[in-house]
Structures are given as C-alpha cells and as structure tokens.
Write a protein that binds this ligand. Structure first.
Ligand SMILES: Nc1ncnc2c1ncn2[C@@H]1O[C@H](COP(=O)(O)OP(=O)(O)O)[C@@H](O)[C@H]1O
Ligand SMILES: [Mg+2]
Length: 265
C-alpha cells in the first residue's frame, strides 16, 4: 500500500460553447489519473499550461469533487470520511502557490499569519503569548527568515522572502503532504534555486511528502525524485527524474526537454 494513492482520478468540466451558450462542451481537465506516492517522496508533476495540473492538485486537496475516482491516504479513501473529519484532515494537506503576494493577507503581520497557521494544530497556543512568539520565531528560522521581522507586513519583503513566508504558513499546521503549484514560477532565476533548495531541505528534515508542480522541466528536475508528465488530463510518462532526462519516452516529455535552454550563463 502506497502512502498516497490517486485512483483513476477524473474531473470533467462542462462548458457552454456557441454564440448563445446552447451547446455544451466537456473539458476533460483530469482524465483518469492513477499514481502512487511514497512517504517522504518529492513527486514532480510537469506539463504544458492547461494540461490539468492545478485541477489535479485541487482534487488531491479535496477542494473540488471528482467526476470519478478517489484519493486514498494511508489506506483511507478521503471522500468516505464524514464532513467534520475531512475538515480536520485538511490540515494534513497544505498548498504553496505561485504568487505569495495574492495568497498572503496584506493586512496581517507575519506573526498573525503564522500564529493562525500554527493554531489550526495547536489552538492552546493562542492563550500563551510567549509560547506563540517562540513558535513563530522557530518557524521563521526554519524557512530562513530573521525572527526580528516578526511584526512586519508582506509588502515589506521581497518576492523570495514572501514565498518563504508562504512556505512557513504551509508548514504551520504540520502537514503530511505539501502541494506546491508553480511555487517559483514568478521568481527571478537566482531566487528560484534558493527556494528549491529550501523545499528540498524541508522535505528531508521533516519527512514531508511533496507534489511539486511546474510547467518547467528544468525546475522540476532540480527538486523531484520522480517526475510525472501530464498531457491533456492524463499522465503520459512516469520515471525517476534522471532517467526521464536521459531517455524520455513520450513526445510530451521530449518537447518539454527541448524547451529548456541548453546554455545557461
Ligand atoms: N473551474 C473550471 N471550469 C471549467 N474549466 C476549467 C476549470 N478549471 C480548469 N478548467 C479547464 O481545465 C483545463 C486544465 O486547467 P488547469 O488544471 O488549470 O491546467 P494547468 O494548471 O496545467 O495549467 C483547462 O482547459 C482549463 O481551462
Ligand atoms: Mg496551473
């Protein structure tokens, strides 16, 4: 039994097409995805824009209901759990997005944002100010932020630092699975590798299981143990990261490989 199993996960959207919206068109955003993910593994999910990566991540997060198929964590089919239990389990799944600026509340200090995240797992911390400050400082240090900035607001940080805040917030609830959807795509190349190194290090230190999504195969190669290639809602190739680079089998993987600039200054 794998740690996380995606069993024939499917999501079809119905779109009204035609001038008067009379025709109905079915978009097969995710079309029968089956995948096993091991504990502590970083699985890279790569594919062109529009191939269904974000929809797949929202299915795994239980944010949308699948048309068919299921998500099984440690042998439990999540959709079978009672609603209240699913709410509890949501803490186990955290996301990191492309744009930390729009995902962080601009009116909340780093302290407020992070203490809220920690409190979802440890509500008692709200009653003990010094314990809360210690926990937040510790979390900041873990992601490479100076705890002296605890009272600052998101706009006072650079893009890379803001992504560190978003990562800290994702770690606050002590998740089992982190889903990172294009987490470095908005960052300068020099900052990208710092954030990738941080995610890799956190995964090792905390034994985190991670699904790392990107349209850029060179970014995924840098961090992933295995890489799944997605095309039109389906997984068309799944290999160890290095093996995929040495001998890609799908046309889609070959195309993504060709899109990587060969010479990097
Ligand atoms: N809520 C939705 N309603 C209708 N179509 C959607 C919805 N969300 C995504 N899609 C469509 O599903 C396909 C996959 O989208 P998405 O999962 O966002 O791809 P990716 O993240 O790989 O760029 C696209 O064709 C997109 O237009
Ligand atoms: Mg997307």
């Amino acid at each position: 039994m794998a740690y996380l199993e995606l069993q024939d996960l499917t999501k079809h959207f119905t779109k009204r097409a035609g001038l008067f919206g009379g025709e109905r068109q079915i978009v097969k955003a995710v079309d029968g995805v089956s995948l096993d993910i091991e504990k502590g593994e970083i699985l890279g999910l790569v594919g062109e824009s529009g191939c269904g990566k974000s929809t797949l991540s929202r299915l795994i997060m239980q944010l949308i209901t699948p048309t068919a198929g299921s998500v099984v964590l440690e042998g439990e089919r999540l959709a079978d759990l009672p609603k209240a239990e699913i709410r509890q389990r949501r803490r186990d799944f955290q996301m990191i997005f492309q744009d930390p600026y729009s995902s962080l509340n601009p009116r909340m200090t780093i302290y407020s944002t992070l203490v809220e995240a920690i409190a979802t797992r440890h509500p008692n911390i709200l009653q003990d100010k010094s314990a809360a400050e210690n926990a937040v400082s510790e979390l900041m240090e873990r992601v490479g932020l100076d705890p002296r900035f605890i009272r600052k607001y998101p706009h006072e940080f650079s893009g890379g630092q803001r992504q560190r805040i978003a990562i800290a917030r994702a770690l606050g609830p002590e998740p089992k699975l982190v889903l990172a959807d294009e987490p470095v795509s908005a960052l300068d190349v020099s900052i990208q590798s710092q954030i990738l190194n941080l995610l890799r290090q956190l995964s090792e230190e905390l034994g985190l299981t991670m699904i790392f999504i990107s349209h850029d195969l060179s970014v995924v190669r840098y961090i992933a143990d295995r890489i799944a290639v997605m095309e039109k809602g389906k997984i068309v190739e799944l290999q160890q990261a290095e093996a995929l680079f040495d001998s890609p089998s799908s046309d889609c993987a070959k195309m993504l490989l060709d899109a990587i600039p060969q010479i990097r200054a």
